[in-house]
Design a protein around this ligand. Structure first.
Ligand code: ADP
Length: 635
């Protein structure tokens, strides 16, 4: 079987395929020649350049690779070509098995408006709204009035929250419609929109379904309400507060949805639920169906004991459904956290970098496509791993997640680990009071990393001396000497004593010693683990922080002081909002860069006059490229 994907999902599929005795074939782009999925597969075929459009999205090259290597089947993973019906057609035309639904089923669910119409016919509740062909401004505004404000405008071709606008009152409708259409046209080549009632206190609850082409069963629900920028961060199963009655109603609706399109394989029916007043079987509505394996499928596997990839492969090989509905049971509770290379404090800005050190906990399921030393490439999604825990009940699963996150350490790149730890501990989440607005409401408390304690600073300072002088060098060489250590902006003094170190961490003194990898501070064994990487000391365990030893931002800061706006990462310039000669104010958006599936506004670092704009809309830029120059305002 060839796996037409990369990263953690390619590795995940290979693991089950192997266990079932299949030989596996990886495909890889130029950026992925050394990637983990290539190392795990029995065979591997290069399919082109790093940009996905030149490799993982090339139907012709992937089918050719399959034929060349004698593959019998192709698993698409998720993302890339997984929901492209033309890919299914091409695979089947080449005489190969596509591990997934028919092209027709994918087409039927592909557009939000057509899918909603189909679901309505099948008796599945859909969000009240308008999804008709008349796209005139007047008709859409009329429909919004009929539905009743607030409303949500959605792109019919939508995905990833693009082309979506919430409108509070009629006065805002016309401008929201124009901007939703423009975004939809540029992102999906389709300016069509639909209008929905905006659900208050919405929860995202989805049902895992599995079909054999005629009949379907469901494997219960997942709650994916914790989202940032409409993208999931933490998922769990079952949903907090779910009742047997509501579960039966949602499961039956999801099965009707799957059977209405003759669904084969693993799929997910996404519902939006009004969570303003507990859960009630008359307050959930169909949003869309994802016709593939979902990123968060491991939580369903954890509570049902089913290997969903094994089911996918067995159904693709012609076996029927492996279990009847009555035989499926929920055992305990599972949680998944998505670990990303991104800066939560900077609006979830995706990061690139090298995973100089990478430590995962022993007692959690880790789905990952990287190993220590790998780079997070700017070409693909910056997910590092999925961390999955399971427990007898929700609190046990969450406690296990607390521990798993504390036991995960990364040095070399910024990650969302601190954000995830705070999110898992957030009181509303902990109590099961979730809705899709939770992260946005609590962002001030969740995003910024707190100041490190003086204990953490002291440990990091000693570790930094080690990193500088080599392990243990201090014990022989420094006798009695005082050392100055620079941790970011902090100046720390470390004195070597007979049995350890005296550290003056900004006025607070600590005695630090260590045995092996364990750290003692003021006579107490601390729950702190240290990872050292070039130019960086990262701590995890009871407290998580990172200290830079050499400041990598110095270059960018000095460049911007000199008036150059540089691309923080490779990407495409989607908007240029200023021209040479314009006066701009500090903080004003100058350009928008689309990189790693997100848009980033680049703002003026200070007041000034635009001296020159060095890029055009639509242009590709490399990291560090100068995009625009500012000069001083005239006196
Ligand atoms: P996309 O395909 O662009 O991801 P979805 O239709 O899946 O768009 O919706 C994405 C998210 O937007 C949902 O998970 C939910 O948080 C929110 N959302 C969607 N529809 C509504 C609605 N009618 N009312 C309130 N929130 C909604």
């Amino acid at each position: 079987m060839l796996i037409a994907n990369r990263g953690e999902i390619a590795c995940r599929v290979i693991a089950t395929a192997r266990a079932m005795g299949l030989r596996t074939i990886a495909v890889f782009s130029e950026a992925d020649a050394e990637a983990r999925h290539v190392a795990l597969a029995d065979m591997a075929v290069p399919i082109g350049q790093a940009a996905a459009a030149e490799s993982y999205l090339r139907i012709d090259k992937i089918v050719e690779a399959a034929l060349e290597t004698g593959a019998e089947a192709i698993h698409p993973g998720y993302g890339f070509l997984s929901e492209n019906p033309d890919f299914v057609d091409a695979v089947e035309a080449a005489g190969l098995i596509f591990v997934g639904p028919s092209a027709d089923a994918i087409r039927a669910m592909g557009l939000k408006d057509a899918a909603k119409a189909l679901m309505e016919k099948a008796g599945v509740p859909v969000v009240p709204g308008y999804h008709g062909d008349d796209q005139s401004d007047a008709r859409l505004a009329e429909e919004a009035d009929r539905i009743g404000y607030p409303v949500l405008i959605k792109a019919v071709g939508g995905g990833g929250g693009k082309g979506m606008r919430a409108v509070e009152a009629p006065g805002g409708f016309a401008s929201a419609l124009a901007s939703a259409r423009a975004e939809a046209a540029s992102a999906f080549g389709n300016a069509g929109v639909l209008i929905e009632k905006l659900i208050q206190t919405p929860r995202h609850i989805e049902v895992q379904v599995f079909g054999d082409g005629a009949r379907a069963v469901h494997l219960f629900e997942r709650d994916c309400s914790l989202q940032r920028r409409h993208q999931k961060v933490i998922e769990e199963a079952p949903a907090p507060g779910m009742t047997e009655e509501m579960r039966a109603a949602m499961g039956a609706a999801a099965v009707r949805a799957a059977e209405a399109v003759g669904y084969r394989g693993a799929g997910t029916v996404e519902f939006i639920v009004d969570g303003s007043n507990g859960l009630s079987p008359d307050r959930f509505w169909f949003m869309e169906m994802n016709t593939r394996l979902q990123v968060e499928h491991p939580v369903t596997e954890a509570i049902t004991g089913v290997d969903l990839v094994e089911w996918q492969l067995r159904v693709a090989m012609g076996e029927g459904l492996l279990l009847e509905q009555e035989a499926l049971r929920i055992t305990g509770h599972a949680v998944e956290a998505r670990l990303y290379a991104e800066d939560a404090g900077a609006g979830f800005l995706p990061a690139t970098g090298r995973l100089d050190r990478l430590v995962f906990p022993e007692d959690a399921r880790i789905d990952t496509g990287v190993v220590e030393g790998d780079r997070i490439s700017p070409h693909y999604d910056p997910m590092i791993a999925k961390i999955v825990t399971h427990g007898a009940d929700r609190e046990a699963a969450l406690k296990a997640m607390d521990r798993a996150l504390a036991g995960t350490g990364i040095a070399g790149t910024v990650t969302n680990l601190g954000f995830l730890s705070r999110l898992v501990a957030q009181p509303d989440f902990r109590a099961g009071r979730v809705d899709t607005g939770l992260i946005g409401r609590e962002i001030e408390a969740l995003a910024p990393d707190p100041e490190p304690s003086s204990v953490a600073v002291a440990v990091a300072a000693v570790a930094a001396l080690d990193a500088h002088d080599g392990p243990m060098a201090g014990f022989q060489l420094w006798g009695g000497r005082r050392h100055r250590v620079l941790l970011g902006e902090r100046e720390i003094w470390v004195t070597v004593t007979g049995d350890g170190f005296e550290v003056d961490a900004g006025g607070t003194r600590h005695r630090v010693s260590r045995d092996g990898t364990r750290w003692w501070v003021d006579g107490i064994l601390r729950d702190l683990a240290v990872l050292a990487a070039p130019g960086e000391i990262a701590l995890h365990g009871g407290e998580r922080t990172r200290f830079t030893l050499a400041d990598p931002l110095a270059r960018a800061a000095s460049a911007s002081a000199a008036g150059a706006i540089e691309a923080p990462m490779p990407g495409r310039v989607t908007a240029v909002r200023t021209r040479a000669g314009d006066e701009v104010r500090e903080g004003e958006a100058l350009l928008t860069l689309e990189a790693m599936k997100m848009e980033h506004a680049l703002a003026a670092p200070r007041d000034g006059v635009v001296a020159e704009v060095l890029v055009v809309e639509g242009g590709q830029v490399e990291a560090g490229a100068v995009l625009l120059r500012l000069e001083e305002l005239p006196e």
